[in-house]
Design a protein around this ligand. Structure first.
Ligand code: GDG
Length: 499
């Protein structure tokens, strides 16, 4: 089996298209944006492919399916919909995926609601995805399942007798053993993951956590090897386990951020907020992103370094997300209260406002302009699978004269630790100190750090990621995957954190 000959079936919770009912009542689909679709598009177009997922609406299943069929021609691959009803969305997506796996895998067990109905619906819905794959797939296809919503799909496919190669990539972290064992369905989930031919994680740390869970909970699955891809044998099949840090389409970001209109938008931002350094935070509204901690750190910097007052503003963009979950609503209130307090405490009448808070989704141009304008990016998640915003910021820093402050607990830290200032997001004074350090850093140091960061993101872009995963899924020869420190740049191989 060679990569170029294999048809690819991509499976994700959502299709990479936005479905909407038009004024005349018919449904249409337009492409969404996002790194995953950009990276997979050439692969899907070259070898032909299918993308299976939920269209994002519980309405008019048949009409939506027809809209997906119509969109397939222009997409260059076939779109197939899995339809879900309201109860399934509640229990599978909002329930099991986002009130159990999401908090648990981000080390926030106290936010989990281990409701058994969620698990039952998760299994049923994963079965629906598997049935759709079985209907549209063939033995020679490579099936690539994405993320924590669909961990059971491989097991469902094997139960249906599907023998095709199936890969799985986890976009979020995999938790350490002592957290994973809290999951009431821990054994079922590990056995389900072992039905895939290749399981991909973002970082070596996530992979190590998974291997440790296997060692203790499924000791018969002995893991061997020491390279980028480890191997175990389970149920008579070989299972490969690898670390593949996801990335971005670096060249596309550079190209777009270099456009004159983006440069002009960025200049306008500096005109509106003159004589100061701009610090940027961009996050989905999510408790894992550490936004309240970040605001407190910014306050700490202003309190302890008075020189920064009127010389630095934080632009915090919060993109609405999962607003149907109560915890997210509470988080929004907490953020808004903190912004109000900080602005109330430090604002100068008629002049400087310390925090510019934007709640809403930015257009692509505005996002690029913010990246280009920001002198400092403050990216401090409490835990994050990778964090693509950090990589996008580096790509868009065309002048290379700016600083990335990055949480130790973002997956990206393993790759970007040599150019970024790494911080513990819980240490608000420490993050405040990092802001001072970034603000007062010499231009030589800023440029040399950013050059290093951009080199790494350019080399290990999203196309590298797709190739690395697909090779691991298909290649016969695992010696093509030597230990990370032999085959990759030290930035990628680094697994520097002792935890
Ligand atoms: C999951 C994992 C992992 C953000 N605001 C706007 C906007 N964005 C785009 C960014 C970036 C994406 O959204 C966010 O990606 P992240 O990686 O930061 O975070 P998650 O959404 O949590 O993604 C994460 C990722 O999967 C990939 O594996 O890195 O750890 O949690 O691309 O540019 N785009 C636009 N307007 C906005 O306001 N247009």
């Amino acid at each position: 089996m060679t990569i170029s000959a294999t048809r690819l079936i991509v499976v994700s919770n959502r299709l990479p298209y936005v479905f909407q009912r038009d004024a005349d009542g018919t449904w249409s689909a337009r492409p969404g944006s996002g790194g995953l679709v950009t990276a997979l598009l050439p692969v899907l177009r070259n070898r032909g492919g299918v993308w299976i997922g939920w269209p994002g609406t519980t309405e008019a299943a048949e009409e939506v399916e027809l809209a997906a069929e119509r969109a397939s021609g222009a997409a260059g691959y076939v779109l197939k919909t899995v339809s879900l009803n309201g109860e399934e969305v509640d229990n599978f997506y909002l329930g099991f995926a986002n009130r159990i796996i999401w908090p648990l895998f981000h080390d926030l067990q106290s936010l989990c609601d281990f409701e058994p109905t969620y698990w039952r619906t998760y299994r049923e819905v994963n079965g629906k995805y598997a049935a759709c794959i079985a209907e549209h797939g063939a033995q020679a296809d490579l099936i690539w399942v994405h993320d924590y919503h669909l961990m059971n799909v491989g097991a469902d496919l094997r139960a249906m007798g599907v023998q095709a190669r199936i890969g799985f990539f986890l976009h979020i972290p995999f938790p350490p053993l002592d957290l994973f064992v809290k999951l009431p369905w821990r054994m079922a989930l590990l056995h389900a993951l072992l039905q895939y031919d290749v399981i991909g994680f973002q970082t070596l740390r996530d992979r190590r956590n998974f291997v440790q869970c296997l060692r203790i909970l499924v000791p018969e699955a002995r893991v061997r090897g020491h390279g980028q891809v480890l191997v175990t044998h389970y149920g008579g099949r070989e299972v490969r386990i690898g670390a593949f840090p996801i990335s971005i389409d670096y060249n596309a970001f550079v190209r777009q951020a270099s456009q004159p209109e983006i440069k002009q938008l960025a200049a306008q931002l500096h005109e509106k907020l003159p004589n100061r350094k701009l610090v940027l935070g961009v996050d989905r509204l999510d408790y894992t992103k550490g936004i309240p901690h970040r605001l407190k750190a910014f306050r700490s910097a202003l309190e302890r370094y008075p020189e920064l007052r009127e010389r630095m503003s934080l632009i915090q963009v919060v993109v609405p997300s999962r607003v149907d979950i109560a915890d997210y609503h509470d988080l929004k209130l907490e953020i808004e209260q903190l912004v109000g307090q900080i602005n109330g405490e430090f604002v100068r009448p008629g002049g400087w406002v310390p925090v510019w808070y934007v709640y809403g989704s930015l257009s692509r141009s505005d996002l690029l302009a913010y990246y280009r304008a920001a002198d400092i990016a403050l990216i401090t998640p409490l835990k994050d699978g990778m964090n693509l915003v950090a990589k996008e910021y580096c790509a868009c820093s065309i002048e290379e004269d700016c600083v990335l402050i990055l949480s130790e607990f973002a997956g990206a830290a393993a790759q970007l630790n040599r150019g970024a200032i790494l911080v513990n997001p819980y240490d608000t004074d420490g993050v405040g100190d990092a802001l001072w350090r970034a603000w007062s850093m010499s231009v030589e140091e800023r440029e040399s750090r950013m050059r290093r960061l951009r080199r790494s993101v350019r080399t290990f872009d999203v196309f590298w990621w797709v190739d690395a995963f697909l090779n691991a899924a298909i290649s016969h020869d695992l010696s093509a995957f030597p230990a990370p420190d032999e085959s990759m740049a030290p930035e990628v191989a680094a697994d520097f954190l002792p935890i």
